[in-house]
Ligand binder design. Structure first.
Ligand SMILES: NC(=O)c1ccc[n+]([C@@H]2O[C@H](COP(=O)([O-])OP(=O)(O)OC[C@H]3O[C@@H](n4cnc5c(N)ncnc54)[C@H](O)[C@@H]3O)[C@@H](O)[C@H]2O)c1
Length: 443
């Protein structure tokens, strides 16, 4: 074990030689790929998660996130590391990386309870020579104002005895062409030494480290990336509603606009925002801004536009049913897609789920089809859960409307076009499909 006097030099040596042991706290969409990367880079990697099913899956080398194969999960065990729900292996770690969730409270304020739990856990086993890095997305100030006080209670001095950094994650699950491991990674340290050590560690798993002057700058950089997306999706959703009225197709417009190679980048409309990041992170800044007597009006406005989208899809579907002299109440609706975006199995904050609830509340009888989400626990009229229905031509004809909320590549849209009656398409999934029978409405 390192002594406090030469903690930094010893830790640097251990990272360089890959003797350093890495521990990841929180093994979800961010933590698991991170653990795999450290393991594959040659570090013994331990995993800690309060969810015992994830712990068991890692130790059995079993896949539990659809797009992360079992061979990747097995790399953790092959590194000599293991998963645990208890903290017994934590003191042996040289670097502890925290990747726990940062959701919102029902009042849409930051819920940092998982970060606090993680801080208590790491503080309880903190020893000289450890590097702690927070990766959870959060408001500027969290590393210094929330995490540091717990760690400092140990009596150890930050920047001398232990090292603290913030490094946001750029994981975009199932994105083709970009893995977070191929992208530059922003790092902010509490002190220069903290920055250097964290940069050294992350430099072993990414092609480029982008050092910034403080944890706050790194926290703010992550929020800026996601707020940019949130606001631009709000903008394109608003443009869609305007162009719709003019009879202009927003999808055609974006395709044309994106041929400009500078000053524009394409964002696409949809039935609303989903996932654990884009709908949530901007509210972390909005909340923190109040402490400084500031508001963030772009965030508020984009939030309003984006939150109204599921309602718009519901209204549009009801209008189209009305044209056929049908009411939403009593209609049979098939939702195609309950995941929050294309080609993944994540349903957190998904607009598809919101629409499912809204259609049911409106009296419709709803089924869903999603090749990535075979079951939905606790849903359905009796609350006993729902199963993804199989797409069959004869069954499709029985639905009054098919509402498409994602453009999964595994869905047979041609079959929808051939057999459904009315398709309300929120993702332009029917583009290029010859809708032989169906009336297709873009919404
Ligand atoms: N999902 C993404 O694409 C993405 C991308 C970039 C950043 N982020 C951010 O990364 C963080 C993690 O997100 P995620 O999507 O991986 O979440 P997740 O819910 O998939 O995983 C978090 C894991 O942490 C575990 N956990 C919670 N409290 C714990 C505790 N006290 N001790 C040990 N384990 C604990 C949970 O059981 C869960 O397995 C969030 O701040 C999120 O905003 C997520």
């Amino acid at each position: 074990m390192a002594h406090s006097g030469n903690s930094a030099a010893e830790l640097a040596r251990r990272i360089e030689s890959k003797e350093a042991v890495v521990a990841i706290l929180g093994l979800g969409y961010v933590g698991l790929p991170l653990a795999v990367s450290f393991a594959r880079a040659g570090f013994k990697t331990h995993c800690f998660d309060s969810d015992r099913r994830k712990v068991a899956a890692i130790n059995a080398g079993r896949r539990y996130i659809r797009h992360i194969p079992a061979s990747d999960v097995r790399a953790i065990g092959e590194s000599g590391g293991r998963a645990s729900a208890s903290l017994k292996d934590l003191p042996s770690a040289d670097a502890v990386v925290i990747a726990v969730p940062t959701p919102l409270t029902p009042q849409r304020e930051p819920d940092i309870s998982h970060i606090i739990e993680a801080a208590v856990a790491v503080a309880s086993t903190l020893r000289p020579g450890q590097l702690v890095s927070l990766e959870s997305t959060t408001y500027p100030g969290t590393t210094r104002e929330v995490l540091l006080p717990f760690l400092a209670r140990s009596g150890l001095k930050p920047g001398r005895d232990f090292f603290l950094a913030y490094s946001p994650e750029r994981e975009d699950p199932a994105r083709a062409g970009h893995s977070a491991r191929d992208l530059p990674k922003v790092v902010g340290g509490l002190t220069r030494r903290c920055l250097d050590l964290a940069s050294l560690l992350y430099g072993k798993i990414v092609p480029e480290v982008v050092p910034v002057s403080s944890p706050e700058a790194a926290e703010a950089a992550k929020l800026t990336e996601n707020i940019f997306r949130f606001v631009n999706i709000g903008l394109v959703n608003e443009l869609k509603t305007v162009f719709d009225r003019m009879g202009v197709d927003i999808w055609e417009v974006v395709e044309a606009a994106k041929t400009k190679p500078f000053g524009y980048m394409p964002f696409y409309p949809g039935p609303g925002l989903g996932g654990h990041c884009i709908p949530i992170d901007p509210y972390y800044l909005l909340w923190k801004a109040r402490e400084y007597g500031r508001t963030a009006r772009f965030i508020e406005l984009a939030g309003e536009v984006n939150a109204a989208m599921p309602d718009r899809v519901l209204r549009r579907t009801a209008e189209e049913l009305n044209r056929e002299r049908k009411s939403l109440n009593g209609s049979r609706i098939l939702l195609v897609g309950v995941a929050y975006k294309n080609d993944i199995d994540d349903v957190r904050e998904s607009p598809g789920l919101k629409l499912l609830d809204m259609f049911e509340a409106g009296g419709a009888r709803v089924d869903y089809h999603d090749p990535h989400v075979p079951r939905l626990a606790g849903r359905g009229a009796d609350g006993k859960g729902m199963k993804s229905v199989v797409l069959r031509a004869s069954a499709l004809a029985e639905y009054d409307a098919v509402v498409v909320t994602v453009a999964h590549s595994k869905v047979n849209y041609r079959m929808l076009g051939e057999s459904a009656r009315l398709i309300v398409d929120t993702k332009n999934a029917m583009a290029g499909v010859d809708a032989v029978r169906a009336r297709v409405v873009k919404a």
